[in-house]
Design a protein around this ligand. Structure first.
Ligand code: OXW
Length: 192
């Protein structure tokens, strides 16, 4: 059903050229619709996120997200393969020239929200996922990034090997290394 998927992509304004086929909707992220597709060049299924660059504000948001996801590389973070321009062109740091960008990411089978709805998770699953979630979060924070929208729908799971990966950095911010909350927190009283 490649034709149906390709039609779907054009309905949603996805114009990536001929390299990607078999588009299916995955859901709405912070910055818009996310589709799954097959990358016929790399021979793998991917998640493609379209980011509009129509005005100064969306340009700022897009640049921030792309800057953040490019600095993250970890087993428990959804991998970003490429950032492409219109018709699947190479962006080469000239994002501001284009009206649209596509973030091509690793495809994950499902998200934690869906698994929680199914109600089939065991305590062993919970332990395994919590460990990986904290591991990913520790990495994100060590890169001075705050995700700011961590929720089951942004936590992706590969059901075959039970690998968990944090995704959707659409609301993420880079934190100032020098900023500290220390002054705001009153000293703890010593127990007597
Ligand atoms: C998957 C890599 N999704 C997103 C983002 C935002 C969305 C949706 C997907 C997601 C299943 C059960 N239902 C589809 C963002 N892999 C991704 C990704 N992203 N990268 N972003 N599903 C599979 C995925 N959902 N995989 C869930 C069918 C029934 F709104 N950012």
């Amino acid at each position: 059903m490649a034709e149906k998927g390709d039609c779907l992509a054009s309905v949603y304004g996805y114009d990536l050229g001929g390299r990607f086929t078999d588009f299916q909707p995955l859901g709405f992220g912070v910055n818009g619709l996310v589709l799954s597709a097959v990358d016929s060049r790399a021979c793998r299924k991917v998640a493609v996120k379209k980011i509009a660059l129509s005005d100064a504000r969306s340009m700022k948001h897009a640049l921030r997200e792309i800057k953040i996801i490019r600095r993250l590389d970890h087993d428990n973070i959804v991998k970003v393969y490429e950032v492409l321009g219109p018709k699947g062109s190479d962006l080469q740091g000239e994002l501001f020239k284009f009206s649209v960008a596509y973030i091509v990411q690793e495809y994950m089978q499902t998200d934690l929200a869906h698994l929680l709805e199914q109600g089939t998770l065991t305590e062993e699953h919970a332990k395994l996922f919590m460990y990986q979630l904290l591991r990913g979060l520790k990495y994100i924070h060590s890169a001075n990034v705050l995700h700011r929208d961590l929720k089951p729908a942004n936590i992706f799971i590969s059901t075959e090997d039970l690998v968990l990966k944090i995704g959707d950095f659409g609301l993420a911010r880079i934190v100032d290394q020098h900023y500290s909350h220390k002054e705001d927190v009153p000293e703890l009283e010593r127990p007597s």
